[in-house]
Design a protein around this ligand. Structure first.
Ligand code: 2P0
Length: 348
């Protein structure tokens, strides 16, 4: 079912400002230094800077079409009408766009993911990056990348990073910034010199039991380890940027794995504990360690789900993928650095 069929809304033509209809594509990103915890929930301002690689797999394609006659937004995700929390988040995001654009028209949103939704493979990053670009273009807001990154952040923190391709850093912004919303955005790590791959081991494709939003909240509020992780993460980001500059994969990988394990240890110390990693994750982690013991540069990172992503040199990716497949019997996908969010020309 398409969103237009759902509402019966007729497609609109171009409007006074904004194109009235836009289609955008964005890719997920995987953080090597994680974002975990908000200092401001409404503005989605993180406690720490984070650093990621945008992937060249699992794109999300999102169409936003203004529907002046409609009384409510209609949102279809992968052919299914969105309801409850998912619908509420998209509508709240469109309300922000409408507010900024001084517009009132509701919209028909049709979004197609190629990544399992809600399984720690960053569908909200590609999803809100694509939605931000398509909605900004359709409603006539600036689509300049930094402004877009700030806007995407309001939908989902990690989406701020998917606006850009390759290695990306998201600045938390100074706590005493005159306008903290303006001070928190992502930008490319322009001087990164690393030909890396991320091998995604898809152990589970179902939705997670605790949303990352709730898990972050619980971690910040109750984990005695959180302040220690924040301090470590800040130091690790500085060292990782240096290592990226000189193409030192061993250092980048070592920091990334420690940062991810530290994040999971921190949330497991929350009350009640948040545990995303499973026995299958542990098997994957053991395989990564075994590869390293054999002299293959491979390091693991895990997000809000059991899936394991393995960072390695691009030249080692197929070998690493074969080992991960053999050890876990899971679907394994090799990803490289991918592009930032783009508009598709055929919308009109
Ligand atoms: C990250 N994750 O840096 C971290 C690491 C998961 C683990 O960003 O609440 O969907 O919408 O801002 O961006 C996933 O959280 O959270 C995430 P919200 P988001 O990639």
């Amino acid at each position: 079912m398409t969103a237009s069929e759902l509402t019966g809304a007729e497609p609109t033509g171009s409007t006074l400002t904004g194109t009235g209809h836009a289609v955008a594509v964005a890719h997920p990103n995987i953080a090597l230094i994680k974002y975990w915890g908000k200092r401001d929930e409404r503005l989605v301002l993180p406690f720490t800077d984070s650093l990621s690689l945008t992937l060249d797999v699992f794109p999300t394609t999102t169409s936003v079409r203004l529907a002046p006659a409609a009384e409510a937004d209609a949102v279809v995700m992968d052919g299914v009408p969105a309801r409850d929390e998912r619908l509420r988040r998209v509508t709240a995001f469109l309300d922000l766009v409408r507010d900024r654009a001084g517009r009132r028209e509701r919209a028909v949103v049709d979004t197609r993911n190629t990544v399992p939704v809600g399984a720690g493979l960053a569908s909200s990053a590609s999803g809100f990056a694509a939605l931000a670009l398509a909605a900004a273009d359709a409603y006539g807001l600036p689509t300049e990348p930094r402004a877009l990154s700030r806007l995407a952040r309001r939908g989902s923190g990690s989406a701020a990073r998917s606006v850009f391709g390759g290695f990306v850093v998201w600045h938390a912004g100074p706590v005493d910034a005159p306008d903290p919303d303006v001070a928190s955005y992502a930008e490319p790590v322009g001087d990164a010199r690393l030909d890396a791959a991320l091998v995604a081991v898809v152990l589970e494709a179902g939705p997670k039991s605790v949303s990352s939003r709730e898990a972050m909240r619980r971690t910040v509020a109750t984990s005695p380890r959180y302040p220690e992780w924040v301090a470590a993460s800040r130091a690790e980001l500085v060292r990782m940027r240096q290592a990226l500059r000189v193409g030192d994969l061993d250092t980048v990988g070592g920091i990334a794995e420690r940062n991810a394990l530290g994040m999971h240890a921190t949330m497991e110390a929350a009350s009640p504990p948040v545990r995303y990693l499973t026995d299958a994750s542990a098997t994957a982690l053991d395989t990564v360690r075994a590869l390293r013991a054999e002299g293959v540069g491979a390091w693991a990172t895990m997000d809000a789900g059991p899936n394991v992503k393995v960072l390695c040199a691009a030249a080692d990716a197929e070998r690493v993928a074969a080992r991960m497949r053999a050890a876990t019997h899971a679907r394994v996908v090799v990803a490289r650095g991918g592009p930032g969010a783009t508009l598709r020309a055929e919308a009109g």
